[in-house]
Design a binder for this molecule. Structure first.
Ligand SMILES: [Zn+2]
Length: 296
């Protein structure tokens, strides 16, 4: 695959080109305004409080910090994958996400979480939260399971609009996309509606930037943990269908692997993998800044 041989070849700055971008985002805004409030909004959860009444993003002050939206997978009635010892993915990934946020804040980034508690948020809503906050990046954090307990290692995924890059990518994207099913399928229709809009809007350069981000994150995980896949995989993850925000999903480990379930239960490993993710994000922005056109 071209991107794997030279992942930076297609890199383009994140800066917007007004006409096309504005068109895309206005289309997105229409879709979002049309979407109904979700369950946690009705419950007055922290996630709901971050949404303003008009569904419009808050204005970003000039020179403000870059904002990374960190998405701890699953939550509430959706426990995610469960290990043999009973560890639940939703709790593990929230802990890791908190560490990532702390590390990024130490590096002068604005970092926020899509959920701060054990609550259910539909997948499309996670994308919407990132857009309403005008996030510069979106990172979904997971620790999934597989049918075989021997599957192990970390992997990083970006969106694909042309099918999955491997059987595991297809398997995991199906699993992740099924998260909304545990809520009884009541989000499915909205989700499909929004996904269709987003899918049509997905830009090649956003996916390429996501692949570049994935490469930087993998580069930092490689020295500290075994990789299940050496390069960024791609599949149609619903939570990555953001038209303008580079988005990746990090599978930190397989919670169904007994050794990795044990690791995921330790503070040391959670911090180590979180630091690697944060360092990868920082490296991505440094790379991005170094490739910005210089004013004359
Ligand atoms: Zn997951």
């Amino acid at each position: 695959m071209k991107n794997r041989m030279n992942p930076f070849r297609h890199f383009k700055p994140l800066a917007v080109s007004p006409t096309r971008r504005q068109l895309l985002l206005s289309g997105l805004a229409l879709a979002l305004v049309g979407a109904k409030p979700h369950a946690s909004q009705a419950a007055g959860s922290p996630a709901a409080l971050r949404h303003n009444a008009h569904g419009k993003p808050a204005a970003k002050a000039p020179g403000s910090k870059r904002l990374v939206m960190i998405d701890p997978g699953h939550g509430g009635i959706d426990s995610g994958a469960v290990g043999h010892e009973g560890s639940q993915e939703k709790h593990v990934v929230l802990e890791i996400a908190n560490h990532v946020r702390r590390f990024l804040q130490h590096r002068q980034f604005d970092a926020r979480l899509t959920r701060e508690e054990d609550e259910f948020i539909p997948l499309y809503q996670r994308v919407e939260i990132a857009h309403q906050h005008q996030a510069d990046l979106f990172i979904s954090i997971h620790a999934d399971g597989f049918t075989s307990p021997s599957a192990s290692g970390a992997s990083v995924f970006a969106l694909s609009n042309r099918g999955a890059s491997s059987a595991m990518a297809r398997y995991l994207s199906k699993r992740e996309n099924a998260a909304d099913e545990v809520a009884g399928g009541k989000y499915r229709q909205q989700d499909n509606y929004l996904q269709q809009v987003l899918f049509d809007l997905v830009q090649t350069d956003t996916i390429n930037n996501s692949l570049t981000l994935g490469r930087h994150v993998l580069g930092q995980i490689r020295p500290v943990h075994h990789l299940h896949s050496p390069s960024t995989e791609q599949a149609a993850f619903a939570v990555l269908k953001s038209p303008s925000i580079p988005s990746i999903l990090v599978e930190t480990s397989f919670i169904t692997n007994p050794e990795e379930e044990r690791l995921l239960g330790t503070h040391a490993f959670r911090e180590k993998i979180a630091r690697a993710i944060a360092d990868g994000i920082v490296n991505f922005f440094e790379y991005y800044d170094a490739h910005q056109p210089k004013p004359r």
